[in-house]
Design a protein around this ligand. Sequence first.
Ligand SMILES: [Zn+2]
Length: 294
Amino acid sequence: MQPFRLEHPYAAAGNWYKGNLHTHTTLSDGELSPEATIQEYEQKGYDFLALSDHDLRTPAERYREKTGMVLLGATEVSGGAHILCVAIAEDPPFETDRQKVIAWAARQHGISILNHPNWGHNFLHWTQEQIETLTGYAGIEIYNGVIERLEGSSLALDRWDRLLSAGKRAWGYANDDAHLRRDMARGWNVVQATAKDPTAIFEALRDGRFYASTGVIIDRIEVGEDTVYVAARNAQRIRFIGKWGQELEYADSAEAAYRVHGNESYVRAECLGMGGQAAWAQPVYILPKEPKSL
Ligand SMILES: [Zn+2]
């Protein structure tokens, strides 16, 4: 086996902060006003929230005085398969070219996330070819809450493993896509950040320093020279997944470590708990070891 090194987004220290990036209000097709939406999430103990109405930028700054949560300005761009653009400063242009939407968000130093890939009666809101062809987006929704009550699958772990196995880099996000109150608090992201401020939280979301969850709480993610260790207090099973979605190992326990062999391409941890709840750590990429000097 060739010597390898592990590349991963996690930091040795930092606090965990919980948030949802995909939320609709009465400014588009949501049930609740921005103020009531913010209040709901604040009461549920969220640390950050992105309001992301369809095809307009929900003006987060207007509501910042009213909440202790970090609010991020965002939008969900339609005109094709949906893209969530977070931390953008302007209203989105009308644009059907998906690559141009991603470029528009990037020019404002925002991030793009491809929404609910498995939405629809054909489970194909995004084709796999589109996902694999586009560049410059941060990741995909591996879980989208509103699809629980719509056609298709709320989960898109299959798409994520195919994408990662094809050699693409993409983080996995879990979002509510809340339109109604009943959609709230189904899926969220827990970032590792040094402070509860917009910059630290945004950078963690952009750089993959987070895990996605529907209820399982990860306490520690540690990556060593050749090991991936995860502790999740309410997990009953921890699975390590590699290329093309293969289970590499599992443990019926609230903590587990995996020793990397070097040919897995990537390793990601999936923590399963009661009632179908889960948490998904971001992939650890296995790369050839660089020579010491060039
Ligand atoms: Zn949406």
